[in-house]
Ligand binder design. Structure first.
Ligand SMILES: [Zn+2]
Ligand SMILES: [Zn+2]
Length: 245
């Protein structure tokens, strides 16, 4: 048990820090309330996905449509995950904060980003049934050493604390795959074959799992992860990301 003095000291510490480093918006540097890293005006610029979304990959359909719809690319691909959900497009402040977290180690932004993930968690597709475990998409150990941390793991931990859904770091990346950004879909799939494995002593059988990553691009990475988890007996695998490309 921590002595009752501790919360008091922590509040005092935060107040001193706020005096030394006044809290400000990570985008426009406007003053913000203590503990907040994004002002209301910049938060309002986060580009929400609008219109009717593909039931599987959440890509928006621009035309008129009524009722559930599955996009042509999902109809032909047969993903191993049931659906991939995000509330935002990777653009504007969302894209900027994801980049700062990943490439500038701005780990203090994890709360804002996990907040956007929590919005995805409220989607009906992720509530029926609610997930049993959050599973971060792993980085290869060499990439993780280079970056200093795994952003997906950091976001999953933060979301786990907020939602009460336990974290299971049950996947590992066993092949170092070159950066995926310049590859087309077929090349990505070949690149990812056998890249992931289940860790030992990580039971996933009959569990409803939710894979967590920062951004969904083609879906090839989470598809490769989902395949491993389904083969190990997971009841279902769904995906939540902060944003989709
Ligand atoms: Zn701002
Ligand atoms: Zn789709």
């Amino acid at each position: 048990m921590l002595p009752p003095l501790f919360p008091l000291l922590r509040r005092a510490g935060t107040a001193v820090l706020d005096l030394l480093y006044p809290p400000h918006c990570a985008i426009c540097r406007a003053a913000t309330p203590s503990g907040e890293h994004l002002c209301a005006a910049c938060r309002a610029q986060a580009p929400a996905l609008k219109g009717t979304l593909c039931a599987v990959c959440s890509t928006p359909f621009s035309g008129q449509i009524s009722g559930p719809f599955v996009c042509s690319s999902c109809l032909e691909r047969h993903f191993a995950f049931t659906c991939a959900v995000s509330r935002y497009r990777s653009a504007g402040p969302v894209r900027e904060l994801v980049h700062r977290l990943k490439y500038q180690r701005a780990v203090h932004l994890r709360g804002v980003l996990a907040g956007w993930l929590a919005e995805a968690l409220g989607d009906p597709r992720l509530q029926d049934p609610p997930p049993d475990r959050l599973v971060p998409v792993p980085l290869h150990p060499a990439r993780q050493r280079e970056r200093g941390f795994n952003q997906a793991r950091l976001l999953a931990e933060t979301l786990s604390r907020r939602s009460g859904i336990p974290l299971s770091d049950c996947l590992r990346r066993v092949r170092f795959t070159p950066s995926q950004t310049r590859l087309d879909r077929k090349e990505r799939m070949e690149n990812l074959r056998d890249a992931f494995q289940l860790r030992q002593n990580c039971p996933v059988r009959n569990l409803h799992l939710l894979l967590i990553d920062d951004v969904l691009t083609t879906g090839s990475t989470v598809d490769a992860c989902a395949r491993v988890l389904r083969e190990a007996g997971a009841a279902s695998v769904r995906v939540a990301t902060v944003a989709r490309a």
